[in-house]
Write a protein of this length. Sequence first.
Length: 145
Amino acid sequence: MRAASRRWRHRRIRTARLHAARSRALGICVNDDGTLTMPFSPQIIGNPILPAIHGGMTGAFLETTAIIGVARELGAAAPPKPIGLTVNYLRSGRALDTFANVSIVKQGRRIVAFEARAWQDDADKPIATAFGHFMLRPTPGSDDE
């Protein structure tokens, strides 16, 4: 195995473990319809007076949703690499389960633009949206390496 291939494989495994660890820590699970769920937990509360979900948890959930959703939709062997992510917080996340989905806005050979949405009670009333770009990682042994 070439040294470059070994480095790529090691980086891919490390990245996959990172996202798996984040998903486990937040309790994120993938539903049959392709949406993701982040169950409510007292550990994700940022403002105990309201109580409201911490914005960082919402942002991490949207980023995880985008990575998992884009990788699944494109059948990617490795998770895409985030280039940029903008999160728009629209309303407070209450002490409820949160759901999210992602859609690909535009796809090129190496870059994917996406939009992710998170909601609680009503999918038409998102608590946050995210827009960003991912760089697709080449599959080992392909011409793009």
